[in-house]
Design a protein around this ligand. Structure first.
Ligand SMILES: [Zn+2]
Length: 319
């Protein structure tokens, strides 16, 4: 297994509005620094390449990309936090813009495609350790700390080259509303998500069981919403169902939207997975024998992220 890292240390958003109060933004580089140190000591790190923006336009229209660039430029003197929901093509008021947001999101896109290209080249597992995350970004809406949808970009890039079916397994605590919406009518990319139920948790608007895809893609979208406080015992049942779906579709590449906010010590998620749960997740994913592109999403407790990464990736060894 190899890895790519782009933590965008220069990009440090500070504010968000949560339940009407201005609070400290947790989507900061330090949340992943310990994970990076662990990966660097154990696995081969790939240098990041740059890619033409045309690959970005496979998911996001040009006007949206330019709109985000402008919002960043406008935040030169002061971080911009939309106070109204849905204003400025931003879903929520938890996603501020700094002068560096655009640059960071572009860098995450480069890191993601570097990982995707490597998986295609060697058909072996790669981990893209990057931020900002992506799974809440739809083709033309930012939100939930996400601007460009890294997992969707990887899927579209890979499909554009191999023209074979791809599965995305979203393991972040929060439903990947953006990823779901991008592939909702696309039969070539199967989306499967296990998450806290949107009846109780962000992003509220999607992630329900009856969202199953549309048109030719009917039956290719799978949501497993779960109540809070569940442990590995309950999670495993659903995780095994997700694996069965993946095996049934038999994709050439599996993309995993990897959130560590399902860990019991995470401040933003409400499941009770422990270190061993991540070990089992790693074992089960290793055993399905499909090349995996892991892409980092959430995870906001740096120690929990660190121990989850160790337990998950120790299954993949040096390959
Ligand atoms: Zn999350």
């Amino acid at each position: 297994m190899k890895f790519v890292s782009q933590l965008n240390e220069f990009y440090i958003p500070t504010l968000e509005i949560d339940n009407g109060k201005i609070v400290k933004n947790p989507e900061i580089p330090s949340r992943l620094e310990k994970v990076f140190k662990y990966m660097k000591g154990k696995f081969e790190q790939l240098p990041i390449k740059e890619y033409p923006l045309n690959y970005l336009y496979l998911v996001h229209p040009k006007w949206y990309v330019e709109h985000l660039k402008k919002l960043s430029e406008n935040a030169k003197d002061r971080e911009y936090l939309p106070e109204v929901f849905l204003k400025d093509r931003i879903l929520d008021s938890g996603t501020p813009f700094t002068f560096f947001t655009y640059k960071a999101a572009i860098n995450a896109f480069y890191a993601t495609l570097t990982g995707a290209e490597e998986v295609l080249k060697n058909r072996k597992t790669v981990y893209v350790l990057t931020r900002p995350p992506g799974h809440h970004a739809s083709s033309d809406f930012a939100g939930g700390y996400c601007f460009f949808n890294n997992a969707a970009l990887a899927a579209k890039y890979i499909f554009s080259i191999i023209r074979e079916r791809i599965c995305i397994l979203d393991l972040d605590f929060h439903h990947g509303n953006g990823t779901q919406s991008i592939f909702y009518e696309d039969p070539n990319v199967i989306y499967i998500s296990i998450h806290g139920t949107p009846e109780l948790y962000f992003p509220w608007i999607s992630g329900f069981e009856d969202e199953v895809g549309k048109g030719k893609a009917l039956g290719t979208n799978f949501n497993f919403p779960l109540k809070g406080n569940i442990t590995w015992k309950e999670y495993e049942i659903v995780f095994d169902k997700a694996l069965e779906i993946i095996l049934k579709f038999s994709p050439s590449v599996l993309i995993v939207s990897l959130g560590f906010d399902t860990h019991q010590d995470d401040p933003m998620g409400y499941f009770n997975l422990d270190e061993n749960s991540f070990k089992y997740i790693g074992e089960k994913l290793k055993n399905i024998n499909i090349p995996i592109l892991f892409i980092q999403e959430g995870g906001y407790n740096k120690n929990a992220n660190h121990s989850a990464a160790i337990k998950l990736f120790e299954n993949f060894g040096r390959r």
